[in-house]
Design a binder for this molecule. Structure first.
Ligand SMILES: [Zn+2]
Length: 397
């Protein structure tokens, strides 16, 4: 069993369900915090657990360049490497390579690109992108696709969609032939809650006890075959017919879930919504649907109501590092002088650990003084706000 998905409730087009991954259950619709370099910037793994993040995303392109797939594979895969016992999804690297613009060249075989770090030349093919993702060992991995640029004419959108479909077939074939190579190891599972209640975590001062809450990532049962799941990606630019064709032909190849890619590439938001809505109609009801790289809290709630099950976005974490907070009263910039003596929490309607403890005045001071803690607190609040938004949508279904 690699992944199973159950739709538990349906309300209009929205669905509430449950994904069962080799590293735990994920309640959907779900927002996935982005941990580009195997780290959700500024937030430790125990905090992510406390916030209720059940699945996070990591980027193959970045991890391939640094620290390298081989290193992570030898560390037992991403879960062990980053001490994250819950589910992980990796992207294929396609979107990041696409974003390199002048630094890449696309052929039928794959994409040659230059590293944004040191300018060195690399090559990703559908096969090597899947090989890299098997090495990383996320629970859900993505087909290597070409993200069609915006704007593009119909011939270009059709050609690009065709390439993504041919690549999808190659990804599937490589995955089927190599999926047993995932580097998960089997650990003895230790119940840390039981340990601390017995006082065995009180051995302060012993250096090894610093790792007492981390006993290995793998709740992976050894008796059953546990493998990763591969998702296909629907492209087709901003053309409804091409999106339909891409969806149908991707489903024909057969994947464990389906993503809608190629959006949020500069098109107006109303167009994003139209394409999402029309593409969803062509995706199977019994498989998870993942909308890649969107959006604001209002947008993710709206997409969930349209029937999207999974979403990710760098917005809450990136905005936090720039002092922008999402709150129940709209977006605020904590830099503003008006908050200098504001004793209220970041968001009066938020019960996150930051809002329970700190004032706007204090966080503004930290931000103005360039204290690292400002970025940490802002990120924790924003992630909490996004995760709560999704929880609310889920409960309303
Ligand atoms: Zn908060």
């Amino acid at each position: 069993m690699s992944l199973s998905f159950q739709v538990e409730k349906v309300s209009g087009k929205a669905r509430a369900g449950r994904l069962f991954t080799p590293h735990g259950e994920v309640e959907t619709p779900v927002f996935m915090p982005v941990g580009t370099l195997a780290s959700v910037k500024g937030v430790s793994q125990d905090t992510l657990e406390e916030l209720g993040a059940q699945i996070i995303l990591a980027n193959t392109y970045h991890l391939y360049l640094r620290p390298g797939i081989g290193t992570i594979r030898r560390m037992g895969g991403l879960h062990d490497f980053m001490a994250w016992p819950r589910a992980i999804l990796t992207d294929s690297g396609g979107f990041q390579v696409f974003s390199l613009n002048e630094l890449r060249k696309i052929t039928e075989e794959g994409v040659t690109f230059r590293s944004h770090l040191d300018g060195s030349t690399h090559f990703f093919s559908p096969e090597s992108a899947i090989e890299a993702q098997i090495g990383l060992g996320a629970d859900i991995i993505m087909a290597f696709d070409e993200c069609t640029e915006y704007p593009a004419d119909r011939d270009r959108m059709r050609a690009s969609m065709g390439l993504t479909l041919r690549w999808a077939k190659r990804c599937k074939q490589y995955f089927e032939e190599h999926k047993q190579e995932v580097p998960w190891r089997s650990y003895g599972h230790v119940d840390t809650a039981a340990l601390s209640s017995r006082g065995e975590c009180q051995l302060a001062g012993d250096a090894p006890e610093l790792r007492s809450t981390w006993t290995g990532a793998s709740p992976v049962p050894t008796q059953t075959e546990q493998i990763q799941s591969l998702f296909g990606i629907v492209q087709g630019g901003m053309d409804h017919e091409l999106r339909k064709e891409s969806a149908e032909r991707t489903i024909e190849i057969g994947f464990s879930g389906y993503a809608i890619g190629g959006l949020s590439v500069g098109e107006p938001r109303t167009l994003t919504r139209e394409i999402v809505e029309s593409t969803l109609e062509h995706l199977p009801a019994d498989k998870p649907r993942y909308l890649m790289g969107v959006g604001t809290p209002e947008e993710i709630a709206e997409y969930a109501r349209l029937g999207v099950d999974m979403m990710d976005c760098v917005l809450p974490t990136r905005a936090a590092r720039h002092g922008l907070l999402f709150t129940s009263e709209g977006k605020i910039s904590i830099k503003q002088a008006r908050y200098a003596q504001d004793q209220g929490p970041l968001d009066p309607n938020c019960a996150c650990r930051v809002c329970r403890r700190y004032s706007r005045a204090y966080v503004r001071h930290l931000y103005a003084a360039n204290e690292v803690l400002a970025q940490v607190l802002n990120t924790v609040h924003n992630l909490s706000f996004y995760l709560d938004t999704m929880r609310r949508v889920r409960h309303s279904i």
